[in-house]
Design a protein around this ligand. Sequence first.
Ligand code: PAF
Length: 280
Amino acid sequence: MKIISSLSEFLVWRASISSSLKVGFVPTMGALHNGHAALIKGSLNEADITVVSIFVNPKQFGENEDFSSYPRTVEKDCDLLQSAGVDILFLPQYEDIYSDDVKSFAFEHFFSRQLEGKSRPNFFPGVVNVVSRLFNIVKPSMSFFGKKDAQQLILINKMVNVGGFPIKIIPVETIREPSGLAMSSRNIYLSKSQTISASKIYKSLLLAESLLKHGEKDARVIKNEIKKNLLVDPAISVDYISIVCLNDLKEVSGEVCSPVLVSVAVYIGGVRLIDNIFYE
Ligand code: PAF
């Protein structure tokens, strides 16, 4: 694996790659886990060359969020990437990404102000800014995003379409712990008992799925059941529970349309966790 830690070196490498080769790209913020490993595996299977970037993007964190304490485990990450068979690890500096020479794409959609966007107003503008810059540097043929960050995946897809990026966005299934807890770099913050509480998030989503499968159509009833299921655990406080119709990304207040995205954000001891299911 070649490690490249500057924009100029990356551009020289990129210019040396034949245009007939398919470059697969997995942008990350490091603290890699099996969820990232699944994205990387997807790229190794589909592309000729796999590029992974690690860049903890300050612009997607709010003032009171965990930018400074965000887990940084670069050595461990390098070992994982090396043994996975990744070709290029790109470790840009702040100045590389936010250089005036790198084009960003400003993209605004009402959905970026819902769910995560409501609770974290800096998040999607920051993600769109950094991902568009990374796309303009890496120039991949395809890029891999996890369904765990469903709203991010949907918005990046829209950005690529609106911005005319010639990049295929490939969604990858959420990877879970045996308890059902979705893998996340932030799980590192949880104590043992908080990890047990956190496993209730997915269980509440499975309950919603089962209600839908059994014909429950009222979104309020489903959201209420999720809420009741979560709040039996005093360690959990709910940020939001949402059901959006995937056709128009609007919150369903009455009868559930199909397909939908059911998503949940909770706090457990100050740690914010999200999860979701797509239901056809
Ligand atoms: O999902 C993430 O880790 C980040 O939001 C991303 C896409 C790498 C942009 O910083």
